[in-house]
Design a protein around this ligand. Structure first.
Ligand code: UDP
Length: 224
C-alpha cells in the first residue's frame, strides 16, 4: 500500500520451487522476474532460505492466500481486472471475489486461452477498463511474461501473477485441507488431483530444486 501510495507501479510474483527451476533454465523468464517484487511460495523456498540464509520465511505467501488477504486488508479500493483461466471461470471468480470483498470493483474479465495475436487487443481492453489492479492467471511462466510485456500497455498500478487463484475462487478446483496447507504440503494435494500434468514437475522438479540449493550452499561456502 505504501509503495503504491508513493506512486510506484508494482509487478508482483509468487515464486515456488517450480518457478525457481524455470527461472534457472530460461533467461527470458529470469530477466522478466528481475523487474518483479517476488514473494516466497511453498516449502521448497523455505528450505532454501534456511539452508542459504539460516532462517526460514516467517510465512508462506502463496498466490491464493496472500492475494485474497491483500484484497481484504488493503486500505486502497481497487478496480480489478481478472485475466486468465478457462472461458467462464473468470466471470464466476469475479462474482465470488466481489461477494467476498465488495469494496473493490470488478473492472472486467477475460479468459486465458487466446492467441499471441490477440494479446495487444486484450491489453488495450484492460487499459480501457481503467483497472488499477490486474490479476493474471496464465500459469508459470506465461503470467509473469505477460505482465512484463504488457505492463505499460495495461496501464495498471499493480499486476499480480496469481496461478490457479481464479479456479479456486470460482470453486472449480478445491484447496488442500488446512492441516496440509499448514504443513506446506499443498503441492502434494495438487499432485494427487492432477497426477498426469504434475508428476514430472514435482517428482523431478523438487529434487532438482534441492540440488540447486545444495550447489548454491557449496558455492557460498567456497566464496571467501
Ligand atoms: N491458463 C490459462 N491459459 C493457458 C494456460 C493456463 O489461462 O494458456 C490458466 C489455467 O486455466 C489455470 C492457470 O492458468 O487457471 C494455471 O494455474 P496453475 O497455478 O495451475 O498453473 P501452473 O503455473 O501451476 O502450471
Amino acid at each position: 500500500d505504501q509503495r503504491l501510495a508513493q506512486g510506484e507501479r508494482i509487478r508482483l510474483a509468487y515464486l515456488n520451487a517450480h518457478g525457481s527451476n524455470l527461472a534457472a533454465a530460461h533467461s527470458t523468464f529470469r530477466a522478466a522476474l528481475s523487474k518483479f517484487t517476488i514473494l516466497n511460495d511453498g516449502v521448497g523456498l523455505d528450505i532454501a532460505a534456511r539452508v542459504l540464509n539460516g532462517e526460514r520465511f516467517p510465512e508462506n505467501l502463496n498466490g491464493t492466500d496472500f492475494t485474497l488477504r491483500y484484497l481484504r486488508q488493503t486500505r486502497l479500493k481497487f478496480r480489478v481486472f481478472l485475466l486468465g483461466a478457462r472461458p467462464g471461470v473468470a466471470e464466476e471468480a469475479a462474482t465470488a471475489l466481489h461477494a467476498m470483498q465488495p469494496r473493490h470493483t470488478i473492472a472486467g474479465v477475460h479468459h486465458g486461452y487466446f492467441s499471441e495475436g490477440d494479446a495487444l487487443r486484450i491489453a488495450a481492453e484492460i487499459r480501457a477498463s481503467n483497472a488499477d489492479l490486474v490479476l493474471v492467471a496464465l500459469g508459470n511462466p506465461a503470467q509473469e511474461l505477460w505482465i512484463e510485456r504488457h505492463f505499460d500497455d495495461m496501464g495498471c498500478r499493480l499486476a499480480i501473477g496469481v496461478g490457479a487463484l481464479l479456479d479456486f475462487a470460482a470453486g472449480r478446483v478445491s484447496r488442500a485441507p488446512s492441516w496440509l496447507r499448514r504443513l506446506r504440503l499443498e503441492w502434494a494435494f495438487r499432485l494427487a488431483l492432477e497426477p498426469r500434468r504434475l508428476w514430472r514437475r514435482y517428482l523431478f522438479g523438487n529434487p532438482v530444486f534441492l540440488a540447486r540449493v545444495a550447489i548454491a550452499r557449496l558455492a557460498l561456502r567456497a566464496s571467501p
